[in-house]
Design a protein around this ligand. Structure first.
Ligand SMILES: Cc1cc2nc3c(=O)[nH]c(=O)nc-3n(C[C@H](O)[C@H](O)[C@H](O)COP(=O)(O)O)c2cc1C
Length: 150
């Protein structure tokens, strides 16, 4: 069974909740691990084949605290080779803020910059994420099922 890692960055629980909802909908067909980004060494990315990043945004477009180490790793490490990794990003934010879903946008940017392959387009959710995510997850599921990821 293909392994899918779901990493969440969250301050008040929304992205954490969403990560588990996504995990629940993939479970059964895939071997899913839902993890707090703050508790996973970024070096573990080299052992991952399919990664889903679920993150909210704070401050002036910053990642939540538990995602800051991963963000710095992807931002400042120079020669990462992530060409064996397939990823998808779903961001949570609020259109009230000028840097809407910036942390999700940054994860998408840096993963791609290091050669990881986007499985499907990023979804930037506002506060109604529970209505927005199901179609995206349906697409994610079909991509995971239909594509050979290595
Ligand atoms: C102090 C504060 C700053 C925020 N800054 C942003 C921001 O810059 N961009 C954005 O899209 N959302 C921003 N948000 C909205 C959160 O990302 C949103 O409420 C999200 O659902 C929180 O998810 P979490 O519970 O997983 O942390 C901010 C919220 C707060 C309370």
């Amino acid at each position: 069974m293909m392994e899918v890692s779901i990493l969440w960055g969250s301050q008040t629980g929304n992205a954490q909740n969403l990560a588990h909802l996504i995990g629940d909908s993939l479970a059964g067909e895939f071997s899913v691990r839902v993890m707090d980004m703050g508790l996973v060494d970024p070096e573990e990315i080299f052992g991952m084949k399919a990664l889903v990043v679920v993150t909210s945004t704070y401050g002036d477009g910053e990642p939540p605290d538990n995602a800051s180490e991963w963000m710095s790793f992807l931002k400042f490490e120079e020669s990462l080779d992530l060409s064996r990794l397939h990823y998808a990003v779903i961001g949570l934010g609020d259109t009230y803020y000028p840097h809407f879903c910036q942390a999700g946008k940054d994860f998408d940017h840096y993963l791609s910059k290091h050669g990881a392959h986007s499985m499907l387009g990023r979804l930037d959710c506002d506060l109604y994420y529970e209505e927005q995510y199901p179609d995206w997850v349906k697409e994610l599921k079909s991509v995971l099922k239909n594509r050979v990821l290595d």
